[in-house]
Design a protein around this ligand. Structure first.
Ligand SMILES: Nc1nc2c(ncn2[C@@H]2O[C@H](COP(=O)(O)OP(=O)(O)OP(=O)(O)O)[C@@H](O)[C@H]2O)c(=O)[nH]1
Ligand SMILES: [Mg+2]
Length: 481
């Protein structure tokens, strides 16, 4: 597997993070959101060196931040600190005036040239920007500006390895770029032409947009044909064995658990969206029938909607699994929000989870599932090794149905494997099968897919007592006619 690893000694572009704390967002949530943005930036190979934040009732329509904060930002990037066109043309009467309700502008490094500030060559904003906000911010800062969505898209682009993942990311990227075409196009003149809203510029813009739409349609068709192949393969798997899908927020530890449970070799890294492709392997040590475990792409808050939609087929594995294992990093201060976001995205994909914790209560979950289409879900409260006693107790009190575990600890592995096996065991049935000599091949098929409790060879054939999921039993019986 090729993956760029960033050499810490090399000069990475330095970034300044920008975030607006909107009403209803607590200080802790705001800080954690910026931490996450910093990790996204790092994953992309940037070096976040400073933050410029502001409490506001909403993003300033013109350039996200208010005037004072724009100046503070510009100190990091050597920009003018204001949006030249606006200040020249209309000044305070511009459309930004109703946004001048900065709730604090106080910490701004006031025009004091002596204060040392970290210099950066990129601005990364923790919100999705409109094309004009991005353009204005770029003018005020004097450097390139990236918003949260485009950072996520770039990471996805870099981490996509399979053809399917590449297609999905390209679709999402095109959908993101289409309304922003005016920006990237022909520079200053074309931008003015665009604002004026007439002339040749617009028709060529229309043309570009149509080309993008055509390309998206083409990619979707290609994706659909791959997905069909996948669906066939998946259906075969579902029929053959039991399936578990690891789901959760990015960096929660899904791939770590996948490695432990399957002894498989997948990429684990302290970076966001390390995994973009679904991998499937058998639970180890193997069970009869085998339990198939899949590792999936992680979720993140404010995940671009197009990206969620385009990863639908990758996540089919999760949508069709008999059991979900939701991995939560409880050592992250924002774990509650991460848990909520994961459930929301799953719901958006049509998967409604029913928390399952009682090993003896599989039947009840199965019933709930049949009645409401809910998916049984085991919640792993992961990275317990990073919590002290008090924090552990607190987490368990909030989520008593979760299993407090660490992917680094053997007892946890035993417990989780045991719980997963118990889930499938409980949904198994015992049955007698008689296999006549003429169909002797079915005996070895039975050994492959079921747990054989006893086996007696008689004159006409073999009498087997087996335990297996109902679906497997039905298939064996069908084979026997
Ligand atoms: N301390 C500690 N670290 C853990 C544990 N589980 C995972 N990690 C670390 O957390 C980081 C992320 O782990 P991954 O398994 O790659 O997470 P993931 O959920 O697959 O992440 P994405 O693929 O990016 O969505 C890695 O640095 C792991 O070593 C744990 O139980 N304890
Ligand atoms: Mg992973």
């Amino acid at each position: 597997m090729t993956r760029e690893t960033v050499d810490p000694r090399s000069e990475r572009p330095r970034a300044v993070l920008v975030g607006v704390q909107l009403p209803g967002v607590t200080d802790a949530e705001h800080a954690s959101s910026l931490d996450e943005l910093g990790r996204l930036a790092k994953t992309l190979g940037l070096d976040p060196v400073a933050r410029v934040t502001q409490k506001r009732t909403r993003l300033a329509r013109a350039a996200v931040l208010g005037e004072g904060k724009l100046r503070e930002l510009a100190k990091h990037t050597d920009g003018p600190g204001f949006v030249p066109k606006f200040s020249k043309k209309k000044g305070a009467t511009d459309d930004d005036e109703d946004d001048e309700e900065d709730l604090d502008d106080g910490d701004a490094v006031e025009d004091d040239a002596d204060v040392a500030v970290e210099r950066a060559s990129v601005v990364v904003v923790d919100h999705e920007l409109t094309p004009s906000q991005a353009r204005n911010l770029e003018k005020a800062a004097g450097v390139e500006v990236a918003d949260r969505t485009s950072v996520i898209l770039s990471i996805f682009q870099r981490h996509a390895h399979t053809r399917e993942a590449r297609l999905q990311v390209e679709i999402a990227r095109l959908a993101y770029d289409a309304p922003r075409l005016r920006e990237s196009g022909g520079g200053e003149d074309r931008q003015r032409g665009g604002i004026g809203g007439k002339g040749a510029g617009e028709s060529s813009l229309e043309l570009d947009r149509r080309r993008i739409r055509d390309r998206i349609a083409e990619l979707r068709r290609e994706l659909a044909s791959i997905s069909k192949e996948d669906a066939v393969r998946r259906a075969r798997r579902v029929e053959r064995g039991d399936t578990v899908a690891l789901v959760g927020y990015t960096n929660a530890g899904k791939s770590s658990w996948f490695r432990r449970l399957t002894q498989g070799d997948v990429y684990v890294a302290d970076e966001l969206f390390a995994t973009l492709d679904t991998t499937v392997r058998r639970l180890q040590p193997e069970t009869r029938p085998p339990i198939l475990v899949s590792d999936t792409v992680g979720f993140i808050k404010k995940l671009p909607h197009d990206l969620v939609a385009s990863f639908r087929s990758t996540l089919d594995e999760a949508r069709e699994a008999s059991l979900l294992v939701h991995v939560v990093d409880v050592s992250d201060a924002a774990w509650r929000e991460q848990l909520r976001v994961t459930r929301e995205v799953l719901a958006e994909l049509g998967v409604h989870v029913a928390v399952w914790s009682d090993p003896d209560d599989v039947a009840a979950t199965e019933a709930a599932r049949l009645a409401t289409g809910q998916r049984p879900c085991l919640v792993l409260l992961n990275k317990l090794d990073r919590l002290d006693e008090e924090a552990r107790a607190q987490v368990l009190e909030e989520l008593p149905e979760g299993m407090l575990v660490s992917a680094r600890d053997d007892d946890s592995l035993e417990a989780v494997r045991g719980r997963v096996v118990a889930f499938f065991e409980a949904s198994m049935e015992e049955a007698e099968l008689f296999v006549p000599w003429t169909q002797h091949a079915v005996v070895s098929a039975t050994h492959q897919s079921a747990h054989v409790l006893s086996e007696e060879h008689g004159e006409d054939g073999t009498q087997l007592r087996v335990r297996a999921p109902a679906a497997v039993l039905a298939r064996l019986r069908a084979q026997l006619g």
